[in-house]
Design a binder for this molecule. Structure first.
Ligand code: PRF
Ligand code: ZN
Length: 381
């Protein structure tokens, strides 16, 4: 039967050109149906079709050209049928650039108390009203077709990263069995891309099995899943390095759920091209800003009369107009402060990747990385 190894290589919806490398790091251009994305890239997360606290216009002004939505949340609200009717998520949120949607697989971990996994798919119970949603690979892909994402993610079986033994093996093998159901259900291969997700936890044998199987499907790009779930850094780095050693050189690699500034640098050095994480905007809402010297807690008492911007020299809209003092004094009372810190943090990660990429093109990546870590772990503020 054709089903088993149906190829995605005919895909016209993605072009990936590597311009220059330094060791395993790459400076590339990813061309998608809604324009070019310069990689490595950080992709802001707008779970429900909005980046919490920021408008599409602001995202555009920050230079974002690829952002993330979540199938599970969008399927609940406003719903796949609704989005298809209004012409897709791009139209719905008035976003003219690219969108990537996660499959809903990760919600098996984040909402584990509310779901039940079988060979057929995942059954979720809504945390809002208790209603049921059955998400099979076919349903996830169908919803993502309706959403109209430029990059869709295959539904995978995700378990806690530090799980060992039989359950991890089952998840990895099920992810492989599900990949053909995902591919079969994909109805818009000419205009939307489907990335498989490599699972296997911290087990090199399982990772290798999953890599080999998924690479056979000749997808337009690949994701590394099942990491950033509380494992040791050493294990995390080794698995990322192992995956990027085996994934095709000429296709983009997306490391899911990773978004600390230092992780972006290390993993870009290991050959990752795309990242996403809610951390930058979530931590902003709790008053923490990213700076080149590490995290800054704007709630700390020493910021009360500090009239400097979050980071001197930062060209983001927040740092052009507002002081640490203003943010410190309004954070508990105003939505504005959360919005402003989110904006700075997103700019910080988008800009960090832009600078990193330029350093590869200029042949000075090693100096850039040395300088980054010298500052990041210094005691200056
Ligand atoms: N799978 C999916 N989404 C994800 C992950 C995954 O493994 C991760 C990694 N923990 C983040 N988001 N589908
Ligand atoms: Zn700033």
């Amino acid at each position: 039967k054709k089903l088993k190894t149906e190829s995605l290589s005919m895909n016209k919806a993605l072009k990936f050109v590597v311009h220059k490398t330094c060791n395993k790091a790459r400076a590339s251009t990813l061309t998608l149906p809604h324009g070019e994305v310069l990689t490595p890239v950080y992709m802001p997360v707008g779970t429900k079709g909005t980046i919490k606290g920021l408008t599409s216009q602001e995202m555009e002004n920050l230079g974002c050209r690829l952002l993330l939505g979540n199938t599970y949340h969008l399927a609940y609200q406003p719903g796949g049928d609704y989005l298809e009717k209004v012409g897709g998520l791009h139209k719905f949120m008035n976003w003219k650039y690219n969108i990537l949607t996660d499959s809903g697989g990760f919600q098996m971990v984040s909402l584990s108390k509310l779901c039940e996994i079988s060979e057929e798919g995942v059954k979720f119970e809504s945390p809002v009203d208790g209603s049921e949603m059955f998400l099979r690979p076919e349903d996830s892909v169908h919803n993502q077709n309706q959403i109209g994402a430029d990059i869709m993610m295959a539904l995978d079986d995700v378990v806690q990263t530090t799980t060992v033994g039989e359950r991890m093996k089952i998840a990895c093998e099920r992810t492989v069995r599900w990949i053909d159901r995902n591919i079969q259900a994909h109805e818009r291969k000419e205009v939307q891309n489907l990335y498989p997700i490599v699972q296997g936890g911290l087990d090199f044998g399982l990772r290798k099995y999953c890599l080999d199987e998924l690479i056979k499907r000749d997808a337009p790009g690949y994701a590394i899943g099942g990491l950033a779930g509380g494992e040791d850094k050493q294990d995390f780095w080794k698995i990322v390095n192992f995956c990027t050693d085996h994934l095709p050189q000429d296709k983009p690699r997306y490391l899911m759920g990773v978004g600390y500034p230092d992780d972006l640098i290390v993993c870009s050095c290991l050959g990752v091209d795309q990242f996403d994480c809610v951390f930058s905007t979530r931590t902003a809402r709790f008053g923490t800003a990213f700076t080149k010297y590490g995290f800054m807690r704007l709630k700390n008492a020493d910021k009360e009369f500090d009239l400097k911007p979050i980071e001197e020299g930062c060209e983001c809209p927040t740092c052009q107009r507002y002081s640490r003092s203003f943010l410190h004094n309004t954070i508990a009372k105003e939505e504005t402060a959360c919005h402003l810190i989110s904006q700075h943090n997103l700019y910080f990660l988008l800009n960090l990747m832009k600078q990193f990429r330029q350093s590869i093109l200029d042949g000075r990546m090693e100096e850039f990385v040395n300088e980054f870590f010298k500052n990041y772990f210094s005691h200056e503020k």
